[in-house]
Design a protein around this ligand. Structure first.
Ligand code: IDP
Ligand code: MG
Length: 137
């Protein structure tokens, strides 16, 4: 089943020069393709929409601040089971718990600065694509 997903390479990934490495992992999965890719500094309004489900949680404010702290790379990736697939490549939220071989497991240490966001369902993907690329149907 072909899908699309919204991916953010977070400010830590950009600052540390890891975007090429991460994008290359996405590109190397057979049949997946990048249909949008942009370096962008996110404003608070966009982040509040994107992370609306986390409002009120203790990590919310520092998360929004971190995500606005420098440019991110925003991508749409399309292909077979790409939503589940990018989540699997990323690994679980806590990089220490993430298996070696996953992006978070290979490069992350602290939970907030876990390098990558990827939509967690078809509904999230459609909602998030609209936030970051309002022109896309
Ligand atoms: P996900 O990115 O794996 O889907 P979510 O639970 O949706 O994880 O949380 C969104 C983001 O908020 C995480 O990727 C991480 O950057 C940050 N975050 C989540 N839980 C914590 C926490 O307990 N402490 C600090 N930051 C957190
Ligand atoms: Mg999430």
């Amino acid at each position: 089943m072909s899908q699309r997903t919204l991916v953010l390479l977070k400010p830590d990934a950009v600052r540390r020069g890891l975007t090429g490495e991460i994008i290359s992992r996405l590109e190397h999965k057979a049949g997946w393709r990048i249909s949008a890719l942009e370096l962008r500094t996110l404003d608070r309004a966009t982040l509040e929409q994107h992370y609306a489900e986390h409002v009120g949680k203790p990590f919310y404010e520092p998360l929004v601040e971190f995500m606005a702290s420098g440019p991110v790379v925003v991508l749409i990736v399309e292909g077979e089971r790409v939503i589940e697939g990018v989540r699997a490549l990323a690994g679980p939220t806590d990089p220490i718990a993430a298996a070696p071989g996953s992006i978070r497991g290979d490069y992350g240490v602290i939970v907030r600065e876990n390098l990558i966001h990827a939509s967690d369902s078809e509904e999230s993907a459609e909602r998030e694509v609209k936030i970051f690329f309002p022109g896309r149907a």
